[in-house]
Design a protein around this ligand. Structure first.
Ligand code: SIN
Ligand code: FE2
Length: 230
């Protein structure tokens, strides 16, 4: 079998690969739903446009981003944070589609994190040469909740490191439908994405879409105060 055929074969068979303590790669976990997922991406980005955010240092990110869910991640001169309104429109972010919630919860449970209820999904669009430098996801309130990351479209080399920026990262090839889940001892692992190689994907064309599901607010939400007696 040629390498391409070999990879195509393994991309098509869902499998569960441990990457590091707390981190699991679910190959092809989202493949069967990719059309429905992309229909939702189109609907969401029609309301909350993909945009190139500024880093606090003033550079434009090469990846274009949008969000859905109660909270959306954003970045500008004042720093990184979650906000409940899209800064471009002042409106609430589009709702998280039910099939997205279900997919994220099922992937998390398969990876050993039952009861995941994401309230934020960052949508990342990579065109050829777009990349993301090594970083930690640390703007969330509860690091007991995992990160669920879905890859669609062109394949990419994903860097998965350790808790220190200087830890040598593993290089993982992430293809259409792959889902990476990290939590527990891996929750604050440094990670990033190498520049996207040009290509043509049968469904998405010349791009890669990544959906990153997170629990941004405290989990479970703070108790509402009990009604006054009487
Ligand atoms: C991210 O870390 O927000 C994006 C990861 C990815 O695109 O795979
Ligand atoms: Fe990240």
């Amino acid at each position: 079998m040629t390498r391409d055929l070999f990879e195509t074969f393994f991309d098509a068979v869902p499998s569960c690969l441990p990457i590091a303590p707390g981190a699991v790669l679910l190959r092809g976990f989202a493949s069967a739903q990719s059309q429905a997922l992309m229909t939702c991406v189109d609907q969401i980005t029609a309301q909350a446009a993909l945009r190139h955010l500024q880093t606090p240092g003033g550079r434009a990110m090469s990846v274009a981003m949008s969000n859905c869910g109660r909270w959306g991640w954003t970045s500008d001169a004042w720093g990184y944070r979650y906000v409940q309104q899209d800064p471009l429109t002042g409106k609430a972010w589009p709702a998280m589609p039910a099939i997205w919630l279900e997919l994220a919860a099922q992937a998390a449970a398969t990876a050993g994190y039952p009861g995941f209820e994401p309230d934020a999904c960052l949508i990342n669009q990579y065109l050829p040469s777009a990349q993301m430098s090594l970083h930690q996801d640390r703007d969330e309130k509860d690091f007991a909740q995992p990160i669920v990351s879905v890859s669609l479209g062109l394949p990419v080399v994903f860097l998965f490191g350790g808790p220190k920026r200087s830890d040598k990262p593993q290089r993982l090839r992430l293809a259409h439908g792959d889902v990476l889940v990290w939590g527990g001892p891996a929750r604050l692992a440094f990670h990033g994405v190498m520049p996207l190689a040009d290509g043509e994907h049968a469904q998405l064309g010349r791009r890669r879409i990544n959906l990153t599901f997170r629990r941004a607010s405290a989990h479970p939400p703070p108790e509402t105060s009990p009604a006054a007696p009487g």
